[in-house]
Design a binder for this molecule. Structure first.
Ligand code: PMP
Length: 926
């Protein structure tokens, strides 16, 4: 009651009104009041500590940590705190959300990933924070964990191990300010189930940042069924925002245990100090149990999993083993030759009885492991992924050591579906890296004969193949497996792993064909489940690569204007103008495959296809565009076009239209306002000028004002600028202005060429102009990577400076064959006429849509745009359509334009479906 009274009177001094509701707290007395938290700090509270917290909070508030944090609210007189009852009162903003510890269901992988991101973001925001009190003695600072050794018997072994084995390495890591207290009371979760806030800066201290991650892991793990595995998304999320190096990762398991031990020790101490404070014991629920489960030392598997979650090869020395085996002189494992042995599909059934020699593949995902021994850790999960190779041979066949080795373990395991007789050998690479080979399904006598430690020379008999009665009940075969580590299991090593952890198992057990050297290979490479695929992509590919749609698609097949996902669901594709004549068009596929099977070389040899293609391409272009360069992408085409313009005019100045995009090379990011003015862009370079995106033909005067010798480059229908149709007559005047100033005119037809605009074959023809250079890409090879530059003889002549132009892949006969087939299909299937007719139709139907958020419908042929009032409506419509099986995309400077640029072969029925779906999508609320 007294506190409540104090709180109310303190609140007045901060101008706060309303009822003060007490909150649970550790040291302070906290109250919720009018969207704020009022903290009463008892007499004797160190004001220097409060200074530290306030400074840290203000530091973070001034940055963008990627998660909500409390902000300090000053008193009416401007001070950070007011004196109350010998102590102080402070006020913070209320951070909304449900505390992690009070979530109705255990957090899923996405929530954990977000938590990792939040902790990393907050600690990154603190990285440049400093304060005199940051190094104060704080019992929660992990660097001082050894001081807690005597506090609680349950914690002592971990803290001893920390002091002896971890602390010296931990001290080597750079230290910074960290939040240090992402426990279940301080993490707040929003309505969407994702982390929305982190509160309580009371334990801010200076320590290596991985300590902050360990705190978050330790508490999050207490709520998980299989904590060692389920925690991985948290670590991956942290790594995505603040990349962890392998040294930091290596310490993490010990630091997690240390934090748990500190928690146990501190609870013991605090409980002794304040026997009445229930909060002290709250965090203990689960902590002791988790510490017991984890044990003092981390298992090797735990460390491998952490490395895998961050995209590092799980077994650090696996690469050295593979590298050694790639050139090692391994002998045969059996007397029978295996080169011509067929590989049999064992995904559903075991090896056929009495057969031989036949092979069962590495990494095959198998249904045949039905015994309880193949249940895995997660509920419902089973081990199905074959980690060795099966060699089907008659029983009694002698099995030979392929390399010098020493018996590491030999056992007889008679259970059904088990190994029967199994032997594991140790080997060393010349640089001393240890690895193992495993031989399963031997007879019992083999294992009894072999004492651990016995040396076996290459070619020596290890044992003999068992029959069904003593090999676990299988048809006789050898299971041969490589192990970069046996994870401490010896002959109990798993021969089958979980598909979800395929990357870990593949590193633990490399391809046994490294030993066998069979020319046809043994890998099965099963597909990953969609969530595993996402995690693997996140870990191994740059996150600068984006994925389309809130719920990304895994597309495995295409035909015509349809795409199919891994479950066979069909989507109408209105995005992919690359698959111009239809996904996987049989004529293009056959042409490229046939040429691929015959020859692929470069332009330094005469080749019929190169010349034929150049002729066929220039036949589509007006005079004097007659000289061809073949390259590998639209970007390469534009980069070469800039070089041509430069050598021809002697100037590297470039004039572009606003919002344009011309490619991903450095030279093109420099001339693409869409990029240099966008997120992460470095602004407009000196040599680049930007003309306004024209609304009227008269805007060409802007070109007259800005053009210089060099290049004037325009996409014939600006695409990323929002599917813009240039005003009639614009390009004619703009080209005239540019040429008068000494510039050459480049038409970027990468998006719009090859008949897409319907009325003409090339986009620039709609404007009645002839550019000096035309650049081509995307549709030119129907998905095969090829690009082209076509220019005038005069400009081509200027480029003959004595410097050779050589492009390893540009103009190769396979690309030419694909591109030639594309021209054939466009002509033979009359696709330009189809684009004109269907495009006109589609545009009329889009114009007839009545959704109030549509502000414009524009485009030519099958290059159309529907402009909406704002990006939110556009994104919502595109996401809705995706769920209905229609793929669209958005663009434009305000991202409010829905783009339609389907393969030209799209059918009337699919176009119709697209309009109806869009209509329905626009009726949804964003
Ligand atoms: N120019 C334009 C107009 C483009 O849209 C693109 C690609 N979106 C490029 C050039 C670059 O082509 P690529 O990605 O094949 O290098």
């Amino acid at each position: 009651m007294r506190c409540l009274h104090l709180a109310r009177s303190a609140a007045e001094r901060f101008g706060l009104e309303g009822v003060a509701v007490p909150l649970p707290g550790e040291l302070d007395r906290n109250f919720a009041i009018g969207g704020h938290v009022l903290k009463l700090h008892a007499a004797g509270t160190d004001p220097g500590w409060l200074d530290l917290l306030d400074a840290a909070m203000e530091h973070v508030a001034a940055r963008s940590p990627g998660v909500a944090t409390p902000h300090l609210v000053r008193a009416l007189d401007g001070s950070r705190r007011v004196a109350v009852d010998g102590g102080f009162a402070r006020v913070l903003t209320w951070v909304p959300g449900t505390p992690w510890g009070r979530l109705p269901a255990p957090p899923g992988a996405e929530a954990l990933r977000h938590l990792g991101r939040a902790v990393a973001g907050l600690d990154a925001a603190l990285a440049d924070f400093d304060h005199p009190r940051l190094d104060r003695r704080l019992r929660w600072n992990m660097l001082g964990a050894a001081d807690l050794r005597g506090a609680a018997p349950a914690a002592t072994p971990v803290l001893e191990s920390f002091a002896a084995e971890v602390l010296p390495d931990l001290r080597e890591l750079p230290a910074q300010a960290i939040h240090n207290d992402a426990n279940e009371h301080n993490i707040l979760v929003g309505q969407d189930g994702l982390v929305s806030g982190l509160i309580d800066f009371g334990d801010v201290c200076r320590a290596p940042r991985v300590c902050g991650l360990a705190v978050a892991c330790a508490y999050a793990m207490t709520g998980l069924d299989v904590p060692e595995r389920e925690i991985l998304p948290l670590v991956a999320g942290y790594h995505a925002v603040a990349p962890l190096d392998p040294h930091e990762l290596a310490l993490l398991p010990a630091l997690i245990r240390t934090r748990l031990a500190m928690s146990v020790a501190m609870a013991a101490l605090q409980h002794a100090e304040q026997p009445d404070n229930a909060y002290v014991l709250i965090s203990q629920r689960g902590v002791t149990a988790l510490l017991q489960r984890l044990g003092v030392a981390a298992s090797e598997l735990e460390r491998l999993r952490l490395r895998a979650a961050c995209g590092y090869e799980p077994v650090p020395h696996a690469r050295a083993v593979r590298a050694y085996l790639a050139t090692a002189d391994a002998g045969p494992v059996c007397g029978s030759p295996l080169d011509d042995a067929p590989a049999i599909d064992f995904s559903g059934h075991g090896p056929p009885p009495g057969g031989g020699p036949a092979l069962g593949r590495y990494l095959e995902d198998r249904r045949l492991y039905t015994s309880a021994a193949f249940e895995a850790e997660l509920a419902g999960e089973r081990r199905t992924l074959h980690l060795g190779v099966d060699i089907v041979l008659p029983p009694g066949e002698p099995i030979l050591a392929p390399l010098d080795g020493i018996v590491r373990d030999a056992k007889f395991r008679p259970a059904a579906q088990d190994w029967g007789g199994v032997v594991v050998l140790d080997h060393l690479t010349p640089d001393g890296t240890r690895f193992h080979t495993l031989y399963g399904h031997l007879d019992r006598a083999s294992t009894e004969r072999l004492p651990v430690g016995r040396a076996l020379a290459r070619g020596a008999t290890i044992g003999h193949l068992g029959d069904e009665r003593e090999n676990g009940g299988w048809a006789p075969h050898l299971h041969l497996q490589l192990l970069t580590t046996d994870l401490g299991r010896g002959a109990d090593a798993h021969g089958v792993g979980t598909l979800a952890e395929r990357d870990v198992w593949e590193s633990v057990s490399p391809d046994p064909n490294l030993l066998l050297g069979l020319p046809h290979g043994l890998r099965a490479d099963p597909p990953r489940a969609p969530t595993d695929l996402r995690a693997a992509r996140r870990a191994s590919l740059s996150r600068a690569l984006s994925l389309a749609y809130g719920e990304p698609l895994e597309i495995v097949r295409g035909a015509g204007a349809r795409l199919y996902d891994e479950r066979g669901r069909a989507y109408v594709d209105l995005v992919n103008n690359v698959a111009h004549v239809g996904h996987a068009h049989p004529r293009v596929v056959a042409a490229a495959a046939e040429q691929m099977a015959r020859l692929n070389t470069n332009t330094r040899y005469l080749h019929e296809l190169l010349v034929t293609y150049a002729k066929r391409l220039t036949a589509t272009l007006p005079d004097p565009l007659s000289v061809v360069f073949l390259v590998n992408s639209g970007s390469e085409a534009n980069d070469l076009a800039l070089r041509l313009a430069r050598t021809h005019t002697g100037s590297r100045d470039v004039l572009v239209l606003d919002h344009a995009y011309h490619g991903n090379l450095s030279s093109l990011i420099d001339i693409s306002p869409y990029k240099f003015d966008g997120p992460g862009g470095a602004g407009r370079p000196e040599h680049v000028r930007v003309a306004r995106l024209p609304r009227r033909a008269e805007d060409a005067e802007d070109v007259g004002r800005l053009a210089r010798p060099g290049a004037f480059i325009v996409e014939s229908l600006p695409g990323v600028a929002g599917q813009i149709v240039l005003p009639d007559g614009y390009l004619g005047s703009a080209h005239a202005h540019a040429r008068a100033s000494g510039a050459v005119c480049i038409a970027d037809e990468v998006q719009v060429g090859f008949g897409r605009v319907g009325r003409t074959f090339w986009g620039f023809e709609l404007q009645g102009v002839v550019p000096d250079i035309v650049t081509l890409g995307k549709p030119i090879g129907n998905g095969h990577p090829i690009g082209a530059v076509v220019t005038t003889p005069a400009i081509a002549r200027s480029f003959e400076t004595g410097m050779e132009y050589f492009n390893t892949f540009g103009g190769n006969p396979v690309s030419c064959a694909a591109a030639l087939a594309v021209l054939d299909v466009i002509a033979d299937e009359r696709l330009q006429a189809h684009a004109a007719r269907l495009g006109r139709n589609l545009k009329q139907r889009l114009e007839a849509l009545t959704a109030p958020q549509i502000t414009d419908v524009r485009g030519e042929g099958l290059f159309l745009g529907v402009e909406l009032t704002d990006a939110d409506h556009a994104t919502a419509a595109v996401e809705h359509a995706r769920r209905q099986g229609v793929l669209l995309s958005t663009d434009g400077p305000r991202r409010n334009v829905i783009k339609l640029k389907p393969p030209l072969v799209i059918t009337e029925a699919d176009a119709d479906r697209c309009v109806k779906t869009l209509d329905a999508a626009l009726a949804q609320r964003p």
